[in-house]
Design a protein around this ligand. Structure first.
Ligand code: PLP
Length: 322
């Protein structure tokens, strides 16, 4: 099988990230075990630098730049966690960073990106194409474009989350991972296949946007309308080309979760684990905490992918039902 990344790439990423990324804790809870009817291990990437796993892929990718590329710097398009991850990684590696963001991005995200020293170029999300703009600016300024998921160094970096989880707790029977463009799950699936052969890797998408589930069913990448969901980190319209190749080979199945379940899980995480997890970060947990007969009594890993949610919004969401 010739996949875009191998376990060697994930291990090399882990070596680059050692001492730079947080080796995030793994939490267990009797309440979670009782609910799932299984033994559940939560990998807390909400406690990663910048509040999400994206730091792993960004730092790994930027670490591999040669001298000339470091001087001209990195460019990316994103309004979310990838922007902050690239901005921080660039600062740590002392290179310029340019982030292409929609003009109407939340001010908190603009401020967070700026605080790491990145420059921002705004575009109009209704009339301009961010990928085209990113490519044009990259060419003009000779900057290296690092996309949010469809890049082998990004995927390998994200896979270090599962590598650490399995190295810390031992082999797993199943691993639940949320899916946007598929960078996180493809890296994690490669790590799981090598470290815990037979582990069933289960992708979780928002119910409103199951582009990966549809693509796997069809055997080719499908494109859907922008999904309307609270899970803003998984509002992708189509899987990546490289990530799709890995997902086809290594992901056992993809399930979906609706927004009401995400809100319930956010509240549960706050109440039971004392954790703030953003809606997208709750996708995998929402699916894993729903009991399945075939996983009864088994060992289940769950990646909590991030915790970046405006606190006023968090309070409103978790306060809406009880
Ligand atoms: C980016 C992101 C995702 C989706 O990751 P992909 O690699 O695009 O699948 C999930 N959760 C959070 C918190 C994210 O920032």
């Amino acid at each position: 099988m010739n996949l875009p990344i191998s376990i060697d790439d994930v291990e090399a990423a882990a070596a680059r990230l050692a001492g730079v990324a947080v080796r995030t804790p793994v939490l267990t809870s009797e309440a979670a075990d009782a609910m799932a009817g299984a033994r559940v291990f939560f990998k807390c990437e909400n406690l990663q630098r910048i509040g999400a796993f994206k730091f792993r892929g960004a730092f790994n990718a930027l670490s591999r730049f040669n001298e000339a590329a470091r001087r001209t710097g990195v460019i990316t398009y994103s309004s979310g966690n990838h922007a902050q991850a690239i901005a921080l990684a660039a600062r740590l590696l002392d290179m310029p960073a340019l982030i292409v963001m929609p003009a109407d991005a939340p001010s908190i995200k603009i401020a967070a990106t700026r605080s790491h020293g990145a420059k921002i170029v705004f575009y109009d999300r209704y009339t301009e194409d961010r990928e085209a703009l990113g490519s044009r600016l990259a060419a003009e300024r000779q900057m290296t474009l690092i996309p949010p998921y469809d890049h082998s160094d990004v995927m390998a970096g994200q896979g270090t989350a599962a590598l650490e989880l399995i190295d810390d707790v031992g082999p797993l029977d199943a691993l639940f991972v949320c899916v946007g463009g598929g960078g996180l799950i493809s890296g994690c699936a490669v790590a799981a296949a090598a470290r815990s052969p037979g582990c069933r890797v289960i992708g979780v998408e928002p119910q409103a946007g199951d582009d990966v589930r549809q693509s796997l069913a069809r055997g080719e990448r499908v494109r859907i309308a922008v999904p309307q969901t609270l899970a803003d980190g998984a509002q992708t319209q189509s899987p990546g080309e490289l990530t799709f190749a890995v997902m086809r080979a290594l992901v056992a199945e993809v399930v979906t979760v609706d927004d009401a379940a995400l809100i319930g899980t956010m509240r549960w995480m706050a109440e039971q684990l004392k954790l703030v997890v953003e809606p997208t970060g709750c996708l995998a947990a929402a699916a894993a905490l729903t009991p399945r007969p075939e996983l009864a009594g088994q060992r289940i890993g769950v990646v909590l992918s991030g915790g970046n949610v405006d606190l006023a919004r968090f309070a409103t969401l978790v306060g809406t039902q009880s």
